[in-house]
Design a protein around this ligand. Structure first.
Ligand SMILES: C[S@@+](CC[C@H](N)C(=O)[O-])C[C@H]1O[C@@H](n2cnc3c(N)ncnc32)[C@H](O)[C@@H]1O
Length: 209
């Protein structure tokens, strides 16, 4: 990789973190701290980006961490991962994961499903690779319930999507989680319903829960 492209990746990762700073301080940091620390066992994080969730993992509970993204900023490989955890980097799309069924005990994703092109397929893949009884920890931005906010967000979406690498303001990821067969255990709505976060479980087969 040439020095210019390395610098380009570092700069865009830095730019992303700087632009997200106000949201982090107002909402995301607290939510990440509460949710991400609960992921245990064989953990899959999809769309890890610059690694903003890493400081919030409860490493003593984690046996193996698999990070999936379309691209990894070089700085992520320099992160001080604890030696006790087997960390894997996998350049894959959530829409087509190269893992066997039931491979993970926990799945984590934050601010990812707004930009997954085939979000139904992506969520079905997470359901497939999560073991029965496993839990999924999520933070997403969605179309809020308020009609006053829905109309402008819908109107802005085509331009927003073009300017923000395919990010949509209009997704209903909570509905998608339920439609895919997960059972919601916890759901919090913040920032006037634009942010949703929580825990969803993949039920054991043949059990009504
Ligand atoms: C807005 S960033 C969020 C980064 C980080 N999770 C956070 O909470 O700030 C979205 C991330 O999802 C990744 N992503 C988008 N589509 C994806 C896909 N189909 N498969 C895997 N990762 C994807 C992007 O590459 C990017 O790193």
């Amino acid at each position: 990789m040439c020095a210019a492209s390395l610098c380009g990746e570092r700069c865009s990762a830095l730019l992303f973190d700087v632009s997200m700073h106000p949201l982090e301080v107002l909402y995301l940091r607290r939510i990440r701290r509460r949710l991400i620390a609960q992921a245990a066992g064989r953990v899959l994080e999809v769309g890890c980006g610059t690694g903003v969730n890493l400081p919030f993992f409860g490493w003593q509970r984690i046996e193996q961490l698999t990070l999936v993204d379309l691209e990894f900023p070089p700085s992520l490989r320099d992160y001080a991962f604890p030696h006790t955890v087997d960390v894997q980097f996998q350049r894959q799309s959530v829409e087509q994961l190269e893992f066997a069924d039931n491979s993970f005990d926990a799945v984590v994703f934050s601010l990812v499903f707004c930009s997954v092109a085939d979000n139904r397929r992506g969520m079905a893949e997470l359901h497939r690779v999560l073991a029965p009884g496993g839990r999924m920890f999520f933070i997403e931005h969605v179309l809020p319930p308020s009609r006053l906010l829905r109309a402008p967000m819908r109107a802005l979406n085509p331009l927003w999507r073009r300017l923000n690498s395919g990010c949509n303001l209009t997704r209903d990821t909570v509905r998608l989680i339920e439609q895919t067969g997960f059972v919601l255990e916890e759901l919090e709505r913040s920032a006037r319903g634009v942010l949703v976060s929580g825990i969803a479980r993949k039920p054991h087969a043949n059990l009504r829960e």
